[in-house]
Design a protein around this ligand. Structure first.
Ligand code: FAD
Length: 355
C-alpha cells in the first residue's frame, strides 16, 4: 500500500494535521496506540486569548485565533457535529485586580478580546467572595473528545486508521520514502504527545511535560453559563455539570489520579463557590510541552522523511489549527515557512565556536 504520509498518534495534533492533509487531497494512514492514554482525552478544551498573570495577549493570538475559528467551523460543517462553543470567561479580580485589569487592557491592546471595564455586579448566588470580574468575550471551549472520536469513525470507515503502536525499530528509511509493515509513505509524521520523549528519532529535543488533573462535578445550585477563572477554572458542560481544573506538576509524569490534586482543586473551588457538589470523575493527563513552551514542528534536518508535530502544551485548542495548517502547507510544498520559534531546527542549531 502506498500513501503520501504515515501519521503516528491521533490526539488533537494528529487529528488536526490529518484533516489539513485530507483537505489538500493527500493520502495517509493514521496509527494510534490504543494502549496509551492521551492528553486530549483529559483536556477541558478551554480557549483563553489572554495571559492573566501579566495581562498580555497569548502568544501569536492575533493570527491563531482567527485561524482557530475558521478551522473549527469548517470541521463542524464537514462532520455535522457541534464542536466549538464560543463564550465568555469571567476572571475573578481580587484586591488591586480591578485597576490592573483596566490599565493593562488598554496598554496591551486587549480590547479585541475582552471588556476593558470590569463587571462589578455579577448576580450569581452560587459564586462568593469576588470583588469584581474581568470579562473575556472571546473565550469558549472545543469539545476535543468529540472532534477526535468523530474523526476516528470517519478514518475507520475509509480504512485509514490502524489501532496499533508504531515500533520504531520496524521503520525502514530510504532516500525518498519510508516503509512500515506493508505501507510505503513519502514521510512519517510523529504526533505522539508526551510519548515523543521516548522516541529515539527525537533525542535532541528538550521536552518538559507537565501533569494535570481535572475534576468533573455536579453543582446544581451554580447555574453558570460562563467559564469562571480564578486559581482554578470552572467550566459549564451542561446538565448542571462542570469541569474544574487544572493542576500543574512536573514530577511523577503519569496518568494516575491523586488525592492531593483532588484536594487542591476542591480547596480552590471553595474560594469561589460554597455551593454543594458531587464529584463525578477525576482524570489526569500529561501536557506535551517543550523546554521553551513553544510547539515543535518540522522535519528532521538530517532525515527529512521523519517529522514531528508536538509540544502544544496547555494551548492545543488555540494553537493547533494555526500550526496544523502551516505544517500541512509546508509538507505538501505550498510553502517553506515554519514559525522560527516553533521550528524543530531550533534544536539542531550549531553552538557558536569560541574565536
Ligand atoms: C488536565 C489537562 C487539561 C488541559 N486543558 C486544556 C485546555 O483547557 N485547553 C487546551 O487548549 N489544552 C488543554 N490541555 C492540553 C491538551 O490536552 C494538549 O495540548 C493536546 O491535547 C495535545 O494533543 P496531542 O495530540 O499532541 O497529544 P495526545 O492527546 O496525548 O495524543 C497523542 C496520541 O499519540 C498516540 N501515540 C503515542 N505514541 C504512539 C506510537 N508509537 N504509535 C502509535 N500511537 C502513538 C497516543 O496513543 C495518543 O493517542 C490540557 C491538558 C491536560 C493534561
Amino acid at each position: 500500500m502506498k500513501v503520501d504520509f504515515i501519521i503516528v498518534g491521533q490526539g488533537l495534533a494528529g487529528t488536526l494535521l490529518a484533516s489539513e492533509l485530507f483537505r489538500r487531497n493527500k493520502t495517509f494512514v493514521v496509527f494510534n496506540d490504543p494502549g496509551q492514554l492521551k492528553s486530549s482525552d483529559v483536556a477541558a478544551g478551554i480557549i483563553n486569548p489572554v495571559v492573566f498573570r501579566r495581562m498580555t495577549k497569548s502568544w501569536l493570538v492575533d493570527d491563531a485565533f482567527p485561524q482557530m475559528e475558521t478551522t473549527y467551523r469548517e470541521l463542524e460543517e464537514l462532520l455535522h457535529e457541534q464542536l466549538y462553543f464560543p463564550g465568555r470567561m469571567l476572571k475573578v479580580l481580587g484586591e488591586g485586580g480591578f485597576d490592573f485589569w483596566k490599565e493593562k487592557a488598554f496598554a496591551n491592546r486587549l480590547e479585541t478580546y475582552l471588556e476593558v471595564e470590569p463587571i462589578q455586579s455579577f448576580q450569581n448566588p452560587g459564586i462568593s467572595n469576588a470583588f469584581s470580574f474581568g470579562c473575556v468575550n472571546k473565550s469558549g471551549r472545543l469539545d476535543i473528545q468529540k472532534l477526535i472520536s468523530t474523526f476516528t469513525g470517519l478514518f475507520a470507515q475509509q480504512n485509514l486508521i490502524r489501532n496499533e503502536k508504531i515500533d520504531y525499530e520496524k521503520l525502514i528509511l530510504f532516500a525518498n520514502s519510508t516503509t512500515y509493515d506493508n505501507i510505503t509513505a513519502q514521510k512519517i509524521i510523529f504526533c505522539e504527545g508526551s510519548a515523543a520523549a521516548q522516541n529515539p528519532f527525537f533525542k535532541n529535543l528538550k521536552f518538559k511535560h507537565s501533569k494535570g488533573e481535572v475534576l468533573e462535578l455536579k453543582i446544581p445550585e451554580l447555574k453558570l453559563n460562563e467559564i469562571v477563572s480564578d486559581e482554578v477554572f470552572v467550566m459549564p458542560i451542561g446538565n448542571d455539570s462542570y469541569k474544574v481544573g487544572a493542576t500543574y506538576t512536573w514530577d511523577k509524569l503519569n496518568y494516575d489520579t491523586t488525592d492531593s490534586a483532588r484536594q487542591e482543586l476542591l480547596n480552590k473551588l471553595r474560594n469561589i463557590s460554597s455551593a454543594p457538589f458531587d464529584v463525578l470523575s477525576q482524570k489526569a493527563g500529561i501536557r506535551p510541552t517543550m523546554h521553551d513552551r513553544k510547539p515543535v514542528i518540522g522535519l528532521l534536518p538530517d532525515n527529512p522523511r521523519i517529522g514531528i508535530f508536538n509540544g502544544l502544551g496547555s494551548k492545543g485548542v488555540l494553537l493547533g489549527p494555526y500550526f496544523a495548517k502551516q505544517f500541512a502547507d509546508y509538507l505538501v510544498g505550498n510553502s517553506n515557512y515554519i514559525h522560527p520559534e516553533a521550528n524543530i531546527e531550533r534544536y539542531f542549531k550549531r553552538k557558536k565556536q569560541p574565536d
